[in-house]
Write a protein that binds this ligand. Structure first.
Ligand SMILES: [Zn+2]
Length: 349
């Protein structure tokens, strides 16, 4: 759920472009009718757009009604950001509803530094308090106000009944235009973890260590696929989707030495292997998100959305990620990495 890769204020100034104002309608904007010659899409872009359209074509109003949202919006949470996040949730619930077997409750929290008491008094949220407190204190002191934080992301029975919990903590003085690049997709990213968790209920409590967790759900899957889905769902048009991805590559490419090692298929496979376990690669943050996002974009374009759905749903059945990929895609993890390698290389050209 962690979404801040470079803790501290330094990254704020280097933000290349402000997040595009999201218009969360799944209908693609009609292309311009001007006479300017349009460059044909590259193979890389075609793969991206195929995944984008496959993701947006899943679900409808009926599946959306499979989710009951309970909103908890603090008085300090920036109101325009709350409105945009709510619109995104309406779009996302069509696809997310298809992952639930029956109607489920999802609690959505949008809190600021004013809602510390609400966090302390919430049985689910208070378990994140240690992580959140420095940020709450910072927001109060006017520090890191442009960086919103994941507040919660889980489907659990921690509240006494099995329910989803997703949320964002943001400074009362912020808005999406001034927030760091990518804040736009934060809520939907966290929400996808709720969907992932719903399908690993048989494993709840059975992965006490970081390593045992990563063997089942490597960061490139856990975080990467949450990126694939959220970036598509918050992009109002195919062009905006390409733009958003491009922005992310530029934003991240100098943040980790691992990006510079991506020279050929072998090195991509090696990087993906490295990123599987947080304990063996301490800098698994940003590249795990970024390369994972490209990996599952390729999987969706190549195998279709229903194959990707199997990976999510088979979390309950498989005893390792290797087993899951064999069950879901009929190939090995190695073959999946190798298949996606060129797509990942093309992103960094
Ligand atoms: Zn996450």
């Amino acid at each position: 759920m962690k979404l801040v890769w470079n803790k501290g204020v330094a990254i704020v100034k280097s933000t290349p472009t402000p997040t595009p104002t999201p218009t969360p309608t799944p209908t693609p904007t009609p292309t311009s009718t001007s006479t300017v010659t349009v460059k044909p899409y590259s193979k890389y872009e075609q793969t991206k757009l195929k995944a984008y359209s496959l993701i947006l074509s899943v679900g409808d109003e009926v599946s959306a009604s499979n989710i009951q949202h309970l909103y908890f919006i603090g008085r300090g949470f920036p109101s325009e950001t709350a409105r945009i996040y709510q619109e995104q949730i309406l779009v996302a619930s069509k696809i997310f509803g298809t992952f639930f077997k029956k109607k489920e409750v999802v609690n959505v929290y949008m809190y600021s530094e004013f809602e510390e008491n609400e966090i302390v008094n919430n049985v689910v949220l208070k378990s994140y308090l240690n992580e959140l407190e420095p940020w709450i204190r910072g927001y109060k002191d006017g520090i890191n106000t442009s960086i919103p934080m994941a507040l919660v992301a889980q489907f659990s029975n921690n509240s006494g009944k099995p329910e989803g919990h997703t949320g964002v903590l943001a400074s009362s003085k912020s808005d999406l235009k001034s927030m760091y690049f990518g804040s736009n997709r934060l809520m939907i990213h966290e929400y996808f973890h709720v969907i992932q968790d719903y399908h690993r209920q048989s494993k709840w409590g059975k992965t006490p260590t970081e390593d045992s967790f990563d063997i089942l759900w490597p960061r490139t899957f856990r975080e990467g696929s949450a990126e694939t889905i959220s970036l598509a769902l918050v992009s109002p048009s195919p062009e905006k989707y390409l733009e958003l991805h491009k922005g992310f590559i530029e934003f991240q490419r100098n943040s980790s030495p691992i990006y510079a090692t991506l020279k050929d298929s072998d090195s991509v496979v090696e990087a993906l292997r490295k990123l599987e376990k947080r304990s063996s690669y301490s800098q698994a943050g940003s590249p795990g998100y970024q390369l994972g996002s490209l990996l599952y974009e390729w999987v969706i374009a190549e195998f279709g959305f229903e194959a990707f759905r199997k990976i999510v749903e088979n979390q309950n059945l498989a005893d390792s990620f290797e087993e899951n990929i064999r069950m879901s895609l009929g190939i090995t993890v190695e073959q999946m990495y190798r298949g996606a390698a060129q797509h990942i290389l093309d992103a960094f050209k």
